[in-house]
Write a protein that binds this ligand. Structure first.
Ligand code: UDP
Ligand code: MG
Length: 346
């Protein structure tokens, strides 16, 4: 994907005079650029000290200006106090305090809106996204990638059920939608500013970030890594939440779940005509027999179940249309720390 460095042997005739410089764009360099880390935080007081120690050490070694935009997503513990302590210590740590818990996807959007960097890296603060990978992301960016995304090569830290359901989700999603979600890629990635600008302009309120990240396209490069377990604290994603997350993902990238019902109805109709024909034939040949109460019950119950499923799928979309149509802002910011200081742009 990074072929542009090799420069294609086409396109010479445009500038006949200047023979030397190839058409490839100027090589990217991190010098003078700023890297924004965007970290949504929900009840993370135990892990934050460790997070800052690790990431600041790694960032310092990269030779690039940076900021760490932390979004406190309505935490109910001392996360905000801990974040502010780090903001006092290091002004590159900036804090956005949301008015309540809006969920990770929305917190991430708030962070992307506030980030000022030329390259932007969303990261989980529980150290499941190893900060040392950022160096590799940056290398890929310098080599021409607009997006360098982490791919988990080993999910052994997850339970077998979680692995199985995740696999099923990727399969279902990719089959149903036009967008291909890379397997086992999360939100952890480095994105060029121009990619982030496109994502920020997407008007939808239901922000399934993984899907949006894949939808934008651009030059995307995978960087494999082993995903460690959460360093401290507990994951806030339970199965019910994950199921709803999956529903959000599929409904915002595919209409297959509602379109399929026309075909189910068609098949059921054809089947009904066939069965009717069979009954007429049988009555003509063998006369009437005892009416089939059990089979009738089965058919009724099944068609009832199918209709409810169809109406339910429709409801999932209607509910989401309703959410979009209300047009409420995505999130509410209560306080911002570190964004308006003089010299902030450094
Ligand atoms: N998070 C958030 N809002 C929420 C839930 C989670 O900002 O409502 C953050 C959390 O602080 C962490 C990241 O999202 O930085 C990933 O959360 P978690 O580790 O609980 O998810 P998992 O790794 O289990 O998918
Ligand atoms: Mg985690």
């Amino acid at each position: 994907m990074v072929q542009s460095a090799v420069s294609p042997p086409i396109a010479a005739p445009v500038s006949p005079a200047s023979a030397a410089p190839p058409a490839s764009p100027a090589p990217r360099t991190r010098a003078g650029k700023r890297l924004s880390i965007v970290a949504p935080c929900f009840n993370e007081q135990e892990v934050l000290d460790m997070f800052f120690a690790r990431i600041e050490a790694d960032l310092a070694a990269l030779g690039v200006d940076y900021e760490i935009v932390c979004v406190n997503d309505g935490s109910r513990d001392h996360t905000l106090a801990v974040l502010l302590k780090h903001h006092q210590r290091n002004p590159r740590v900036k804090v956005i305090n949301l008015a309540r818990n809006f969920g990770k996807e929305t917190a991430l959007s708030a962070g992307l809106d506030a980030a000022t960097g030329d390259m932007i890296v969303p990261i989980d603060v529980d150290l499941q996204d190893p900060p040392e990978l950022i160096g590799q992301f940056l290398d890929a960016w310098e080599a021409g990638a607009d997006v360098a995304y982490g791919v988990r090569i080993d999910r052994s830290a997850d339970s077998p059920l979680k692995r199985l359901t995740a696999q099923g989700f990727y399969k279902a999603f990719n089959r149903m939608s036009d967008v291909d979600l890379p397997y086992n890629a999360g939100d952890y990635r480095l994105m060029d500013r121009r990619v982030v600008e496109v994502i920020r302009q997407l008007p939808e309120r239901n922000r399934f970030m993984k899907g949006l990240f894949a939808w934008v396209g651009f030059n995307q490069v995978a960087v494999p890594y082993a995903r460690p377990e959460r360093a401290a604290g507990t994951s806030s994603f339970r199965y019910w939440k994950l199921w709803n997350f999956a529903l959000d993902g599929i409904t915002s990238f595919s209409t297959a779940p509602i379109r399929v019902w026309s075909y189910v109805g068609l098949v059921a109709g054809v089947l009904a005509v066939g069965v009717a024909g069979m009954i007429v034939l049988r009555t003509l040949l063998f006369g009437r027999d005892v009416p089939g109460y059990p089979s009738l019950m089965v058919v009724i119950l099944m068609s009832f179940g199918l209709q409810m499923l169809a109406i339910g799928s429709l409801g999932e979309y209607v509910a989401r249309i309703y959410q979009e149509v209300k047009g409420r802002p995505l999130y509410v910011v209560m306080d911002r720390y570190g964004f308006d200081q003089a010299g902030d742009g450094a």
